[in-house]
Design a protein around this ligand. Sequence first.
Ligand SMILES: [Zn+2]
Length: 289
Amino acid sequence: MPDCRVMDTLPDGAEDPGTLGGLLAVFAHPDDESYLAGGTLARYAASGVRVALLCATLGEAGDIADPVLAARETLPSVREAELGAAAACLGLTETHLLDYHDGSLASVDFPEGVERVSEIMAAQRPRVVLTFGPEGVYGHPDHVAIHRWAKEAFHRYRATEPALAPRLYYVAPPRSWYRAVSERTRLRGVPDRYGPRVEVLGVPDELVTTRVAVGEYVTARLAAIRAHRSQLFADHPFATLPDVDLQELLAVEYYTRGWPVAAPREPVEADLFAAWPVGARTEAEWRDA
Ligand SMILES: [Zn+2]
């Protein structure tokens, strides 16, 4: 089993937000946090919430955007440094690295993966856990594995912390968002990376239960995305679209509430830390969700 390491990413001189109630984001690769939830993480960190990140791999199997930045053998350390820089941009309190090999998570024993996440969850005692949904945004096997580990770990944790009433959220960029980015890239005459896959990326719009306004934190999110330099390809919309477009396209981040499962016709919520929703489903129903 790989070691778990903690990167202390609290900015120098910052006060530890401590007991205000925490958020734990559980992702697979460096950059997942910035691309999928960067504005949300920055928003809650700025409001005094203790925001921690668990990242299961160093993304070392991925392609390298520019050979000047890294070689295959230096990629793990480059990506770790980039993650540290991104975490500082977002104001994260700490980052836990599980040091699994990139691309290996689906072959890790499920109980082991759950246990690794559970240990960190129990230590952090978050009120909100954020992770991938069952589709993994675009089906990456590491994303799907992390979803399964985090979901199981969350429900075990929840049973031990009834007074805290923790909540589980899945990142859920909707199809309409990918279509909007695709349309904007065509309008601007830059490469349309999403267009050919727009019907399989993200989630159907009706699965979105929660829209978090993050307009004030787009700058922090873009800085974090750009800190992952070895992953930001020159033809990516976040590299080609002007900031004025990105400010508009990234002003909202989207989630599906995994627990408590949304009741039928429940209004869309705007805050991951809102009051426990009326009509949320019962214990017996979560395993089917
Ligand atoms: Zn990923």
